[in-house]
Design a protein around this ligand. Structure first.
Ligand code: FAD
Length: 469
């Protein structure tokens, strides 16, 4: 029987507005995932009265709670590398960033480093990401095969291109070895993404200006005098607000459809859509210590088409880097809720099995659970056309978007919150000057981020076209 780890539960009291005729806020944020909650933290610290509305029963119960929580700087777009570099420094000083005590404790950064296995499959991505790293002076090391084997005990056979396990050639060596790896010391993971989200909520609530309403669905983005003026909830309550922010994760395109009943008014050049994903949990191989805090690392192996990292409980967590052979696994459900417990697409499938068997090519002693003991999660990414997020305003004054997080923006929640706060406050004050650049505060050596990189109006980036971004 296939088993899915259900939503990690964090039950918060439901808040109803039925007794309030028309509450009013400076900003209403649709979604209380890690992105929407971080925006609330930033805006409320800035003096704004914010309300996050979420249809679930607490913070971080949507796609955030299923996140692999990997923190890496390796992207193929320069501003994405800068953004992740700045984002990582939020995790390094998370306690300071949160600034208040959370009775549930603080999310812990596990700083274990990342390796990307080198072979023909990864060369294009590595060339692009190293060009960015060189430009910014960020650290990395080249490992030869001996070092790769010494550190991680991997089988060095090259199997590229990645194949499905029902392909007769699955697991057949291509006659070459991999060409070592690139090691990135500044990388790691957060094993409890939902706790990180709770930390952000606690920080927001501590300002006394942030509120959260759970168990409430937004069904309309209201307008007044040509601006977004608030939202209507499923129970009919209207909440008015100076600005409305779409931070609805995999539901982002559905919320955009509410904001633009006439799609012709929406000038976005980059679209977003939900994409179903599976993540596998398996016992770790015996050769090296993959326990939390052990010698294991974040491993990206385009040669076999998977990534993995240490997971608490002596396991490894394994996901896909979407090799072309998996195209038929890739589903874009109309309703993202269909992948969550009880939904029609919520069971683990052969995607789980393919991921695990591919990881076993690199780690032949990986214990493979039988089909009665599979563990994993099913969730949705909110994928943009170029796997790069949209952090921007819109054609509707007062309506903003922090969407298209493409399976790779958990790591950036801190800096994304700040970017959205600066963007919203500047635009609302008609300070266009901000619009072009966000100064990197935590890593000043890297200069500024060109916010056009995350614009809804950009031309698609030439990215990896997968979760690597
Ligand atoms: C399987 C998986 C693995 C990932 N791994 C990584 C990783 O290793 N590293 C990394 O950096 N990123 C990773 N990500 C991506 C990262 O987790 C997401 O980018 C991030 O969590 C998105 O947060 P969010 O707040 O935008 O969305 P969500 O957490 O999905 O929050 C959106 C919220 O909006 C609410 N909502 C939607 N519609 C409505 C409505 N109409 N009314 C009220 N509420 C509504 C939902 O209930 C939900 O709670 C992964 C994602 C997944 C799914």
């Amino acid at each position: 029987m296939l088993r899915s780890l259900g939503r990690r539960s964090l039950i918060a009291p439901l808040r109803s507005f039925s007794s309030v005729r028309q509450p009013s806020y400076d900003a209403v944020i649709i979604g209380a995932g890690v992105i929407g909650t971080s925006i609330a933290t930033e805006l409320s610290r800035h003096g704004w009265r914010t309300l996050n509305v979420d249809k679930l029963s607490g913070v971080g119960l949507g796609s955030t709670s299923y996140s692999s929580g990997i923190l890496r700087m390796t992207y193929s777009v320069l501003d994405s590398v800068k953004f992740a570099w700045e984002g990582y420094h939020y995790w390094q000083s998370w306690e300071d960033h949160i600034g208040v005590e959370d009775e549930k404790g603080l999310a812990q950064l596990r700083s274990c480093g990342q390796v990307i296995i080198r072979s023909a499959e990864s060369e294009a991505f590595i060339t692009k990401t190293l060009a960015c790293f060189d430009k910014l002076g960020l650290p990395y090391e080249m490992w030869d095969n001996a070092e790769l084997q010494r550190r991680l005990g991997f089988d060095l056979t090259s199997y590229a291109p990645p194949r499905r396990i029902d392909d007769d050639s699955f697991g057949e060596p291509n006659g070459r070895e991999v060409d070592g790896a690139v090691y990135f010391p500044t990388a790691g993971y957060i094993s409890d993404p939902q706790l990180a989200c709770h930390n952000l909520q606690t920080a927001a609530l501590a300002t006394g200006r942030a509120e959260f309403a759970f168990g409430q669905s937004v069904v309309e983005v209201t307008r007044e005098a040509g601006r977004a003026s608030g939202v209507r909830l499923a129970d009919g309550t209207v909440i008015s607000a100076g600005v409305v922010v779409n931070a609805a994760g995999p539901h982002s395109s559905a919320i955009n459809a509410l904001a633009f009943p006439d799609p012709a008014e929406n000038d976005m050049r980059i679209a977003t859509r939900p994409m179903r994903q599976e993540v596998s949990y398996v016992p770790s191989p015996p050769e090296i210590d993959w326990s939390d805090g052990g010698a294991g690392m974040v491993v990206t192996d385009p040669d076999t088409g998977v990534y993995w990292r240490p997971e608490v409980g002596g396991k490894i967590l394994c996901g896909t880097v979407e090799p072309p052979c998996d195209a038929s696994f890739h589903r874009y459900p109309e309703d993202p809720e269909s992948v969550y417990p009880g939904g029609a697409e919520s069971s683990l499938t052969e995607q789980w099995t393919n991921q695990v068997y591919r990881a076993a090519l690199r780690m032949p002693t990986l214990p493979l659970p039988d089909s009665a003991n599979t563990q994993g999660v099913v969730a949705c990414y909110d994928v943009s056309d170029d796997w790069t997020p949209i952090y921007d305003g819109s054609a509707l004054p007062g309506y903003y978007m922090a969407i298209g997080t493409s399976g790779n923006q958990f790591k950036n929640c801190g800096v994304a919150g700040r970017l959205m706060r600066e963007l919203i406050t500047a635009r609302e004050a008609r300070r266009a000057a901000f619009a072009a650049h966000l100064a990197l505060e935590r890593v000043p050596g890297c200069g500024t981020i060109d916010t056009a990189a995350f614009s809804r109006l950009r031309t698609s980036h030439s990215s990896a076209n997968n979760v690597m971004g």
